[in-house]
Design a protein around this ligand. Structure first.
Ligand code: ACM
Ligand code: ZN
Length: 521
């Protein structure tokens, strides 16, 4: 009886769950004919413990899981029917099949005990569709390089929770992390720094520990393919014009003053940014992006655009000249000129530029997608109403680098990302949501796990479930099963009491975004 009222252990929770009577018995003697879904079934099976890993067969007559394609269903929608004798999955295409199999895997894993050889899965009819088409996570690997294994592990968890965009922040003041063959110094010089700022954003203190790391193009291709198998698109971010000091250290002729510049050991906003007035700058960016486009087949390329002070531009003869040639009154507007050049360049290759909301300005290419994190909602809403597409990453709720006292799990779960003031007729311009992890204070895996988990699950559920179906108590009830699964993979998530701190801690937490020093459980 108890079982009937407990929610199924699923995150994100599906749109519609209808319990049927009986159970399907899952064990390793089951056989699956994957048909055209070999990749999806292979990944599903690889995600099960060996004691209960079914096998693939090449005869449809033997199968206990049936796959149907129904073109009438929308892209990511799936139906999963579990009956006593068989399981049927119906979807528009392989993406829906992949999600149905993740749901099935969650149902199996929630009943799995160490060494189980047989699992009873509740008979059920599930119909599911995501709220947003963009369900993103961003990793900053420039402040601290994390490496291929960590990225692959995160892609695995994203897939398990049905997230589909991995935004990869690869260039910064503090490091350039992607091999570009035409500009070898980006790696030789730009991927290493001598020291890192410690003791908080306001601290002046530097350690003496060098930090370096980068991905070769071969490694990038491996990660892009790994993500694609999991139905995740990778959006690379090549920052411009700000947060570019590592590129300037390698190629100082791209800056207003000509340098010399240093790969920065300090966090924060840097005044030395790319000079749009130097003829070489646009060429450099286009050449870099040409290699980036070859590596990343997805539609979207992120070009940053945030936190770019115009201090140097104001005193630079080349910037002044560019302003005169283009008849722009304010030097700030040169950012729009640069962004539009790049946006049009990307458009020639069928790609779309994304930038942080500081790039918003009159005259900005209407096709450029905005990622909102902070600042004037009014300007953002005007752009959305006039047709611009947006991704929402409100930093108060969705920045995973924030401490739990500032952004507790329950608050993150309850946060409604779409602005109340936005009329429903414009909601289709919201592509979705994304939760970034900036890594100034994330030097290692333990800290990374602690910042991301379990908040990633709350964001995944928000990305999938319609707001009226969200339910904090239900989420909290379903969470422990998943924490146990994170344990089996040694993920050092924040414990429930740390993730939901008491009120007095939240009051102080609001004053300090970063909760320093928590790396281990
Ligand atoms: C940002 O947090 N500067 C996008
Ligand atoms: Zn300049």
């Amino acid at each position: 009886m108890e079982k009937l009222i407990t929610p199924l252990s699923l995150i994100p929770y599906p749109q519609s769950v209808e319990r049927l009577s009986g159970f399907f018995v899952w064990n390793r003697s089951l056989k699956i004919f994957p048909g055209e879904f070999g990749n999806e079934v292979a990944l599903f099976l690889a995600g099960l413990p060996v004691e209960i890993r079914a096998s693939m067969v090449d005869s449809e007559a033997l199968t206990q899981i049936k796959f149907n394609i129904d073109q009438e269903l929308a892209n990511e929608v799936y139906q999963l029917i579990i009956l006593g004798e068989e399981i049927t999955i119906t979807a528009h295409n392989e993406t829906g099949v992949f999600y149905a199999l993740q749901t099935l895997r969650q149902l199996i894993m929630s009943e799995y005990q160490f060494n189980s050889t047989q699992i009873e899965i509740q008979a059920v009819h599930i119909m599911d569709a995501p709220r947003f088409q963009w369900r993103g996570f961003m990793l900053d690997e420039a402040r601290h390089f994390q490496g291929m294994q960590t990225v692959k592990d995160l892609l695995d968890w994203m897939a398990y929770f049905k997230m589909n965009v991995f935004h990869w922040h690869l260039t910064e003041d503090q490091g350039w992390r992607i091999e570009i063959k035409q500009y070898p110094k980006l790696i030789v010089i730009g991927s290493s720094r001598d020291a890192s700022q410690v003791s908080g954003f306001l601290g002046k203190q530097l350690n003496t520990i060098p930090h370096s790391g980068f991905y070769t193009q071969t490694e990038i291709k491996e990660i892009v393919a790994y993500a694609a198998e999991r139905h995740i698109q990778i959006v690379p971010e090549i920052e411009m014009p700000g947060h570019s000091q590592a590129a300037l250290a390698a190629y100082p002729e791209l800056g207003c003053t000509g340098g010399p510049y240093q790969v920065s050991p300090r966090w924060g906003i840097h005044s030395d940014i790319l000079c749009p007035g130097k003829p070489g700058t646009t060429t450099f960016l286009q050449n870099v992006l040409t290699e980036v486009l070859d590596l990343f087949p997805g539609k979207f390329i992120h070009t940053g655009g945030d936190e770019a002070p115009k201090t140097r531009w104001k005193n630079c003869p080349d910037c002044q000249q560019l302003a005169r040639e283009n008849g722009v009154a304010r030097i700030n507007d040169l950012q729009t000129i640069l962004t539009n050049r790049i946006s049009q360049f990307l458009d020639k290759y069928g790609r779309t530029l994304i930038g942080w909301n500081e790039m918003l300005a009159e005259g900005l290419d209407p096709e450029a997608v905005v990622q909102y994190w902070v600042g004037r909602e009014k300007t953002l809403l005007q752009h959305i109403r006039s047709g611009r597409k947006a991704i929402l990453s409100n930093f108060v709720a969705y920045y995973l680098d924030h401490g739990y006292a500032h952004s507790p799990l329950d608050k993150v779960y309850q946060y409604e990302p779409v602005f109340k003031q936005l009329e429903p007729e414009y909601h289709h311009n919201i592509l979705g949501i994304e939760t970034p992890l900036w890594t100034e204070f994330v030097p290692n895996r333990a800290r990374l796990d602690w910042q991301i988990f379990p908040r990633l699950l709350a964001v995944a559920e928000t990305a999938w479930l319609q707001p009226e179906n969200k339910d904090l108590a239900g989420f909290q009830q379903r969470l422990p099963t998943f924490l146990k699964q994170l344990d089996t993979k040694n993920v050092g998530y924040a414990l429930f009491s740390d993730a939901n701190p008491p009120v007095y801690k939240r009051l102080f937490g609001a004053l300090s975004l970063v909760q320093a020093g928590k790396g281990q459980r």
